[in-house]
Ligand binder design. Structure first.
Ligand SMILES: [Zn+2]
Length: 175
């Protein structure tokens, strides 16, 4: 009898443990708030699979006027402030678990005082929309991407995840 209970307990843990892990690693995407205030569903278009300048886009572009505040979509840490030819002024932000990296590109500038290693809360202003890097100056926008980090947690080495469904949910929750 006790062996049966023990076995059942073991099966229960074996079944539930991966579920806990899965919930733990997807929770920050499910907790996102929109990177732009008063964002509407009509402002979002799924261009993740499109080819832009010879590369799979793997991101969502949100068109906004230059200077529009950009908010951290989750709480976590500013991991890297990076100036690149394509992305211009960019922010790589890790979530609390270091499971996902949130990437904000073509920024006009960072919010004053933003530093690598700094903790930010969800909703904090971290930068402003612009057209730095290879963005067309006539169409300033936020290029927003999400990367699933490997166990080594390197900001430049993640697997792109389509942010579109998470952004749609975030906009619906924000209403
Ligand atoms: Zn883009």
């Amino acid at each position: 009898m006790s062996g049966g209970i023990g076995l059942r307990l073991f099966v229960c843990i074996a079944v539930l443990f991966p579920v806990f892990l899965a919930v733990g690693t997807t929770s920050s995407i499910l907790d996102m708030t929109p990177p732009i205030s008063r964002l509407a569903l009509a402002d979002l278009r799924d261009t993740f699979e499109e080819v832009h300048n010879g590369h799979r886009h793997e991101a969502i572009d949100i068109l906004e006027p230059t200077g529009t505040p950009v908010h951290a979509v989750v709480s976590g840490t500013i991991r890297k402030l990076f100036l690149s030819n394509r992305g211009g002024s960019t922010i790589y932000q890790f979530d609390e678990m270091g499971a996902y990296c949130y990437y904000y590109a073509h920024l006009d500038r960072y919010v004053e005082g933003l530093r690598e290693g700094m903790r930010v809360e969800r909703g904090d202003v971290i930068g402003f929309v612009g057209s730095t890097g290879n963005a067309d100056a006539r169409t300033p926008h936020l290029h927003f991407a999400i990367f699933e980090l490997g166990p080594e947690r390197l900001w430049w080495k993640g697997k792109a995840v389509n942010p579109y469904p998470g952004l749609v949910d975030a906009v619906k929750r924000a209403k």
